[in-house]
Design a protein around this ligand. Structure first.
Ligand code: NAP
Length: 250
């Protein structure tokens, strides 16, 4: 894989994606680690200062005005080869149920988890398409090596598996993200761009709860990357996977 972009890369799963991508047997030549405040992203800045493959770029997924410069910076670096993999990882949660969730919270979560994913994907689509059509082999099979969008969703967005009304804004935003992923897979199939949703497990991050969650960020991201590596062809697109590799029902 030539190039990868991760949103929300300054902490939690996003930061772990950056670290583990660099540790792959064949690491990407370019890792774009996007976050809201590069100047405060101490861990990312340390990684970037030791590894020229990493560029720390400003991207607030809820603020369209920040997209243009980031797309420009990425485009300058990747050129004709385009962007192979977009990991829409940035996300937020709130806890209320149907009776007491605030409508403001619901709007805030949709803005980041759904609208942000749509906006960022639209902004990078031309260079994802460029990667899909850039070829130095005869292999036209869709894959993350070629061109893919991975939306970090949650099992909490699965309607089939749901048995709770807690965190209703989060559950509904991830259900909407799942539908958005499905629509991306249908619309982008003819471009050769794969699109999947991914449940990373219940993970020890600020969101998952460092003391409560059973899965370490390292286990989660290793599982996600191993799962993504196996996705080949149209049949693999338009599905929701878990970090263990199993397919989850929508
Ligand atoms: N942890 C879990 O158990 C779990 C389970 C299922 C799914 N997920 C999903 O996994 C993804 C990562 O979660 P996490 O556990 O790593 O959470 P986290 O530790 O809370 O980190 C969230 C990341 O998203 C970024 N972010 C929030 N709003 C943003 C915005 N408007 N623009 C750009 N970045 C923004 C944060 O940046 P700041 O530092 O600037 O706030 C932070 O880097 C999320 O999509 C989450 O829904 C997590």
């Amino acid at each position: 894989m030539f190039s990868v972009l991760v949103t929300g890369a300054n902490r939690g799963l996003g930061l772990t994606f950056v670290r583990q991508l660099l540790n792959l047997a064949k690491p990407p030549e370019h890792v774009f680690a996007c976050c809201r405040s590069p100047e405060n992203a101490a861990d990312l800045q340390t990684i970037a200062s030791n590894n020229p493959a990493v560029k720390v770029l400003k991207l607030d997924v809820a603020n369209k005005l920040t997209y243009k410069d980031t797309v420009h910076d990425v485009e300058q670096i990747v050129g004709d080869q385009g962007l192979n993999l977009l990991i829409n990882n940035a996300g937020i949660i709130s806890r209320g149920n149907v009776e007491n969730a605030s409508t403001e919270d619901m709007e805030r979560l949709y803005q980041v988890n759904v609208v942000g994913t749509l906006g960022v994907t639209q902004a990078f689509l031309p260079i994802l398409r460029r990667a899909a059509s850039f070829t130095n082999s005869d292999d036209e099979t869709m894959s993350i090596e070629k061109s893919a969008i991975v939306n970090i969703s949650s099992i909490m967005g699965s309607i089939t598996l749901n048995n709770s009304s807690s965190a209703v804004a989060y559950r509904t935003s991830k259900a909407a993200l799942n539908m958005l992923t499905n629509c991306m897979s249908i619309e982008f199939a003819s471009y050769g761009v794969l699109a999947v949703a991914m449940h990373p497990g219940w993970v020890q991050t600020d969101m998952g709860g460092v003391d409560k969650a059973p899965v370490t960020p390292h286990e989660s991201v290793s599982g996600v990357l191993a799962t993504l590596d196996k996705l080949k062809g149209l049949d693999a697109s338009g599905k929701c996977y878990e970090y263990t590799g199993r397919t989850l029902p929508w």
